[in-house]
Design a protein around this ligand. Structure first.
Ligand code: DGI
Ligand code: FE
Ligand code: FE
Length: 195
């Protein structure tokens, strides 16, 4: 895919390289898998494939930043300080979008929102938000039990795939006695209960 220059100053190859420099090889392979899945979903559901590609390539850009860096941004940039009670799992998307904006010069709010919401989802999600949320879950390198069902649903009904992912992620978090971020519950109430 050739970028138009509208959403990022970088060509795809250069953006890929900048992402690759920030994360492990294993995670970079995941990112390329998310891009492949996201572009395919964008083609299927009529979303901008360029936006899907850029959001996918950058969605985990900040995942390997230190807790210190996230905590500093949360305190300095006026985030609700309750966010400090969570960890990298929640910070890397929500706060990571700010790092992507700053370091990669991406200003498009639809792309930044898709990055922000990619872990938790939200009650209100755009087509691009859903595509990145689902592509992250079904990308070809994922192997967990249930991924086959999630892939099949994504081909038939994107909202059903959002619901499936949300339900299974929440079940997993509860089994592990992890702290649930309120937005994750809002996503569950909107897409699993009220679908
Ligand atoms: O970054 P990835 O591993 O590709 O995937 P992700 O960003 O979707 O998820 C990162 C982790 O976040 C995953 O292990 C599930 C977890 N997670 C999702 N919602 C919540 C959460 N963790 C907590 N503690 N609370 C949540 O509400
Ligand atoms: Fe992530
Ligand atoms: Fe990811």
């Amino acid at each position: 895919m050739e970028f138009s220059g509208t959403y990022t100053p970088f060509k795809r190859e250069e953006l890929m390289q900048r992402v690759q420099m920030q994360i492990s090889e294993r995670r970079f392979i995941h990112v390329l898998g998310v891009e492949e899945a996201a572009v395919a979903l964008a083609a299927k559901y009529g979303c901008s494939q360029e936006k899907a590609s850029i959001a996918a390539l950058t969605h985990d850009y900040a995942k390997e930043r230190s807790d210190d860096e996230f905590q500093l941004i949360i305190k300095k940039d006026g985030y609700n300080l309750e966010l400090l009670e969570y960890g990298n799992a929640i910070w890397h998307g929500l706060v990571g979008a700010d790092i992507v904006q700053r370091e990669l010069g991406i200003e498009d709010e639809e792309i930044l929102t898709a990055i922000r919401l990619h872990t938790t989802g939200a009650a209100a999600m755009s087509l691009l938000d859903k595509i990145i949320y689902v592509a992250d879950y079904i990308e070809p390198n994922r192997t967990f039990p249930g991924v086959k069902e999630a892939r099949e649903l994504a081909l038939v009904d994107l909202d059903e795939a959002v619901a499936y992912e949300t339900k299974h992620t929440l079940q997993h978090l509860i089994n592990q006695e992890q702290k649930i971020y309120p937005k994750t519950i809002e996503t569950y109430n909107r897409w699993v209960v009220n679908n």
